[in-house]
Design a protein around this ligand. Structure first.
Ligand code: 5GP
Ligand code: ZN
Length: 118
């Protein structure tokens, strides 16, 4: 069983911020910003490429609720998901990183030296 499934099953602890029947939002163990949550479906889905449109639709609503609960909805936040090995995914259970609570640095893609992207 994967590590995030164990968190869903409460076999390993996590600092849970919001939960419903289908999804869980908990704090990343290694935060990169004042607020850094991981949002996952309770069923094991490998990554974004594998999620059904029906479940993703519900997940969208849940993510928006989490952002509201954390009071990030007005000032903004960043939402990202890594997909597979080349995408840098380390835990192979779909998760969205919801990052905020400060003005986040962003190198605009058009400013990035193409050689620095890989
Ligand atoms: P990825 O690189 O797969 O997109 O991100 C995995 C994230 O999961 C990382 O930000 C890492 O800090 C976080 N993480 C890994 N193991 C645990 C854990 O056991 N508990 C929590 N809360 N976060 C974890
Ligand atoms: Zn899993």
């Amino acid at each position: 069983m994967c590590i995030f499934c164990k968190i869903v099953n409460k076999e390993i602890p996590a600092n849970i911020e919001l939960e419903n029947d289908d999804f869980l939002a908990f704090h990343d163990i290694n935060p990169i910003a004042p607020i850094h949550l991981l949002i996952i479906p309770k069923v094991h889905v490998q990554n974004f490429q594998e999620i059904s449109p029906e479940l993703m639709s519900k997940m969208t609503t849940f993510i928006q609720e989490v952002a509201k609960k954390m009071r990030l909805d007005k000032d903004g936040y960043r939402l990202l998901t890594n997909i597979g090995e080349n995408g840098g995914q380390e835990v192979m259970h779909l998760h969205f990183h919801l990052v905020g609570g400060a003005k986040l640095k962003w190198v605009h893609l058009s400013d990035l030296n193409p050689k620095e992207a890989i």
